[in-house]
Write a protein that binds this ligand. Sequence first.
Ligand SMILES: [Zn+2]
Length: 456
Amino acid sequence: MHPVLEQVDWEREAEDAVELLRALLRFNTSNPPGDEAECVAYLADWLAEAGLDPEVLAPAPGRANLVVRLQGLVDEPPLLLNGHVDVVAAEAGRWRHPPFAGEVHDGAVWGRGAVDMKHMVAMSAAVCRLLARLGVPLRRDLVLAAVADEEAGCAMGSAWLVDHHPDKVRAGFALGEVGGFTLHVGGCPVYPVQVAEKGVCWVRARARGATGHGSLPRDDNAVVRLAELLARAGRTRLPLHPSPEVRRFVTELAAAQPRPARDVLPLLLRPRWSGLVLDRLVRDRSAARALNAVLRNTVTPTVLRAGGKTNVIPGEAEAELDGRVAVGSSEAELLAELGRLAGPDVDLEVLRSFPPTVAPPHSELYATIAHVVAEHHPGAVAVRSVTPGFTDAKFWSRLGTACYGFTPVRFEPGDGAFADFFHGDDERVPVAGFAAGLRMLADTVARFCCEMRAGG
Ligand SMILES: [Zn+2]
């Protein structure tokens, strides 16, 4: 632990942070519509009471972002702590405890947002308050950005801040999604830390054909042409893109496994073996899906539109495909791969596109994270991971920020799998794991932002 943190009463700090988290969970910030303003106002009051000077930035009525800054004495690139305060919807009837009550049961805080990701908002606020109270000089600015609208694409949140208030959120480094949750994979405990995330390339596919009467089948039916593409897109694995980031992820993950997994996992990077490993040798199917997704471009058919009358062949049929661009690949490459499945009778149109995001694999911040993981959880290791999804890092990185996924929570094997809690029913965070995560985050921030000798 950094010397400035050695005298801290961690039990009290954790209790306060848990209370803040529970309060944040009581605001229903399901997005859409988001409605983050009241939740953000609560957080602003909490920070102001601690003597900090938070700023609320509202892009629209009912929507709000919060930025608060601790000024550093030396001009090193700032560190941004990032959490989104919106959450995905929760179907209360399917939960064992209500999703917007912030209740504690069985040693966990329950609620939508407990790990995605009001826990990070609460921990980051607690860390800012703690450092401010300790009065330790910082060698770089520490900025907390609690943002709206991540779950619906960030237009009212990080994207808006980057466009409208870049000077308030510009940073050299950021800690945010996705990572820092303990993964128990058979060997030693692993803390994935996102260093890269896939890009986005949403595509509309439109097939054309001759119109006609449903009683007279014909070969140039637009619905059939489109269906053929969708079936191929849904069943075909596009080519491997084993970028350096993906290679590193698979290699580091493999190194943390016992035999034979340690020898088998690297075969994922070899075109001849990859499919066999995914289909037969990775027993955890959700892990296999995640690994498959980071290895290649993917196109998932999601929306369909065609026809309106049973006995009329429509001249056009269209579908939307959720395309994701592999780290190291590009929109053009994804379109070329999809185009080969589509054939000449289907047009492809890009609806929305963002390139993959990549942070430097070697940096003082990553080294600090790896050190903190090893020190706070003896026997565990950090692994530089690649995320198939989309986070606020997409937008912070436009300002040149190196974004790492680290919102630490220590999960024990009996706590359930954090991956099931993301957007899942019964989302919760173990109280002890949250307290351990708070110490890990505080130590990471202190090591990266405070002088080692201060207070020591
Ligand atoms: Zn999230």
